[in-house]
Ligand binder design. Structure first.
Ligand SMILES: *Cc1c(COP(=O)(O)O)cnc(C)c1O
Length: 389
């Protein structure tokens, strides 16, 4: 490694905080409510409008959103739920929180997404009623064709949670030619998002559930605050203005008002951020065309949200180390979930999902975030070229 200072230090993803964001947070901090105030509903309404869903529920993080989604859909001991090994572990862990069992199905190696044919084979090989639900993930920001998954889910009586953490603003074109935004609730029962700083919209920690179901919305609102209801129509008794009832075991998965103020402010730049992510992706696509690097393909009907820009290389480890020496902090998404020691302790084994494991051996996420400058991207491109030279 040379001792020369690198030109840049570039992470694979990072938040962007503007003066407007700071002003929005300051205003929230100086208001009457730090939590349980009006900034939360305002963020929920703006987010529902953005993705095109009827309802949105803001939560303390994306993992809490997954947990309450699984609970609301009735995951319990004995429930078997299908998801992809190529995702952040939280997509699967939510099933375990509720005492259920995670069953993985392998990916389509072209897209990196859960392979609907692998899911279909699982469902057809089991007696009816074996599985309860499917959790497809819009991995890297590439929207899953939820229409196809919905048809399959309906044929087997399953619910569906879309893990859309990577894809706010992404969409796919359905068979009627209609653009369906990720999280709009047209095909999935529930969709979940995260506002961790590497994601499209940052609130520090934060998450969201979107849905078109009033019933699921009401249930999740109660679960978000300890299982307590204050709605007179839902209560068994009425003692006075102070009265409320804890009707089931819920959680405190609330988000604060100042985080939501930041979220609402960030959301105003979501379209600009998406445009910039797609520009960056197009520039990488062009730059790597004549290198040995491969990329994941988009399906014809998808409008990619580019949370990640994933390349595939047989020399991944060397490329990762080389970039790191040059101040470029690429990342690997993901270590297949079933190979983590905890999942192995549950009986999953290396070798179970060969396409996911082959993908893992080659994948690398290059820097991708809207505030990355053209100069920074050029530096990444030149450094990759010099690796292959
Ligand atoms: C980030 C992420 C989560 C979890 O979100 P947190 O807000 O970090 O809890 C879940 N699923 C996927 C695919 C993610 O990328």
């Amino acid at each position: 490694m040379d001792n020369q200072a690198n030109l840049f230090s570039i992470p694979y993803g990072r938040q962007h905080i503007t003066e407007e964001d700071l002003a929005a947070v300051r205003e929230a901090l100086q208001g009457d409510f730090l939590t349980q105030g009006p900034a939360i509903a305002a963020f929920e309404e703006a987010f529902a409008r953005y993705v095109g869903s009827k309802y949105a529920i803001a939560l303390s993080n994306g993992t809490a959103a997954l947990h309450l989604s699984a609970l609301a859909l009735g995951v319990k001991p004995g429930s078997k739920v299908i998801t992809t090994p190529i995702t952040f572990a939280a997509s699967a862990n939510c099933v375990l929180y509720c005492g259920g069992e995670v069953v993985f199905a392998d990916i389509d190696p072209a897209t990196g997404l859960l392979d609907i044919h692998a899911v279909q084979r699982l469902l057809e090989a089991a007696p009816p009623g074996t599985y309860s639900g499917i959790i497809p993930v819009d991995f890297a920001g590439n929207p899953v064709n939820l229409e196809a998954f919905r048809t399959l889910a309906d044929a087997h009586g399953l619910w569906m949670i879309e893990d859309a953490c990577h894809a706010p603003g992404g969409s796919f074109i359905d068979s009627k030619g209609i653009e369906q935004r990720c999280g709009n609730g047209a095909y999935a029962d529930l969709a979940i998002f995260s506002f961790h700083p590497v994601k499209h919209i940052a609130t520090g920690e934060g998450g969201m559930i979107t849905t078109n179901s009033k019933e699921l919305y009401d249930r999740i609102m109660v679960l978000r605050t300890h299982g307590i209801t204050r709605d007179p129509a839902m209560m068994h008794e009425h003692h006075g203005g102070w009265y409320h009832e804890m009707q089931e075991l819920g959680y405190n998965y609330r988000i604060t008002d100042f985080q939501c103020a930041l979220g609402s402010s960030q959301l105003k730049r979501a379209d600009a951020g998406m445009k910039r992510r797609r520009e960056i992706a197009a520039r990488y696509d062009a730059a790597f065309k004549d290198t040995p690097l491969k990329t994941l393909s988009n399906t014809a009907e998808s409008r990619h949200a580019y949370h990640l820009y994933v390349v595939l290389s047989d020399r991944r480890r060397a490329l990762y180390d080389f970039l790191r020496e040059k101040g470029i902090y690429s990342q690997v998404h993901y270590i297949p979930c079933h190979t983590h020691p905890y999942y192995r302790s549950l009986g999953h084994r290396v070798g179970d999902y060969p396409l996911s494991e082959a993908y893992y051996s080659r994948c690398l996420s290059l820097p991708m975030f809207p505030s990355m400058s053209d100069e920074e991207q050029e530096y990444v491109i030149q450094t990759v070229h010099s690796f292959f030279a």
